[in-house]
Write a protein that binds this ligand. Structure first.
Ligand code: MRU
Length: 353
């Protein structure tokens, strides 16, 4: 089977964005048509589309939806531009941790500077669609390059991963999961262990689904079983994705990643991060500067909608945590492998990205 697609644009610049609703997976494959920005923002906030690169692509297409709104409302050029900029801020701030979202929105908006000051809304929509398509296609290429670089360094043996970093999370084959599937397609044989990834179960619902669809053996474990699994010596490497990587290599990723990195270090298992250069935020010195999204209590108190705690209990629900660079063996990017993970090496590998 070919990799699933997380999102796609339907039609020309007056068309709409279609998002594969990941909250319904693996039970149902349902596409959500987004004809207004409100629907795109809601889809990002509620993780119908998720994963750092994929929400960046959704943000870029969301701007086209904003320009199409301006066309339908018959807004004059100045009001159309103001509308797109205001909607752009709503999109960019829909989720705070993955830097790819704001990066993609700002990159697309930057393209509008080349247009005449009195460019009509339809011209804005066309320019924004061209840029969203470019970001989408570029991410597909970056994923393939990350897969190639990563497959070359991934040690032989079973791998343990966290959250979902596959086709559902990107515009291509994925980052960490793309490394795993590339290694598999090159003939390497191993078993993939996938943390279920509470509270939203991206590992169990999405990673396991992608791997089962591809015929790659996958075993799902409770996040709390990872320490015991590593202690058995059955895991050769851990590999995860990233939502934001700072100048020193500190890495924000799905909650539970930091615990896994500590456990991997305790058991001498190498811990890899795979991410495109768009996930690096070199303006931030360390992970302490990364905004960590806090989500509502229902996800923890009633997982998958089933009440699991008494009424009156409170919840602690950070969506991400920060893994210090010292716990990361190497970071795999489209430009090559950052090893060791130091500020100097990051700057050298990313160069003039
Ligand atoms: O809350 P999510 O599901 O958007 O979190 C996703 C992750 O943490 C991924 O590991 C990360 O975005 C990398 S996706 C290639």
């Amino acid at each position: 089977m070919t990799a699933p697609v997380a999102l796609r644009w339907a039609g020309d610049a007056a068309g709409h964005l279609e998002i594969l609703d990941q909250t319904k997976l693996p039970a149902r494959l349902e596409w959500l048509a987004c004809r207004d920005v409100e629907t795109v923002v809601e889809a990002i906030k509620s993780l119908r589309v998720r994963g750092a690169p994929a929400i960046g692509i959704a943000g870029a297409y969301g701007l086209v939806v904003a320009a199409a709104e301006a066309v339908r409302a018959g807004l004059p050029p100045d009001e159309a531009l103001a509308h797109v900029l205001a909607r752009g801020e709503e999109l960019a701030s829909a989720r705070p941790t993955a830097v790819n979202l704001r990066w993609a929105v700002e990159r697309s908006l930057g393209k509008l500077a080349a247009l005449a000051a009195d460019a009509p809304a339809a011209a804005l929509a066309q320019a924004l669609l061209a840029e969203a398509r470019a970001i989408h296609a570029e991410d597909e290429r970056l994923c393939a390059a990350i897969g190639r670089h990563g497959a070359a360094v991934l040690p032989a043996g079973n791998v343990l991963t966290h959250c979902n970093t596959g086709a559902l999370a990107t515009g291509g084959i994925g980052t960490a999961l793309g490394v795993i599937t590339t290694a598999w397609e090159r003939g390497r044989r191993f078993e993939v262990f996938a943390d279920e990834t509470r509270p939203l179960f991206q590992g169990a619902r999405l990673t396991a689904w992608e791997l089962v669809e591809r015929g790659i053996p996958v075993t799902v474990l409770c996040d709390s079983a990872a320490g015991h699994l590593l202690a058995t010596g059955r895991i050769a490497a851990c590999i995860v994705g990233a939502d934001r990587i700072t100048a020193n290599g500190d890495t924000a990723n799905k909650i539970g990643t930091y615990s896994l990195a500590v456990l991997a270090a305790a058991h001498g298992v190498p811990f890899y991060v795979a991410a495109p250069s768009s996930t690096f935020d070199l303006a931030l010195a360390t992970g302490a500067d990364i905004p960590i999204e806090e989500r509502g209590p229902a996800e923890v108190l009633a997982p998958l909608g089933v009440p699991a705690a008494p009424a009156g209990a409170k919840a602690f629900n950070p969506a991400f945590d920060v893994t210090p660079a010292r716990l990361i063996r190497a970071i795999i990017t489209e430009h090559g492998v950052i090893d060791p993970v130091t500020s100097a090496r990051i700057a050298a590998v990313l160069g003039g990205r």
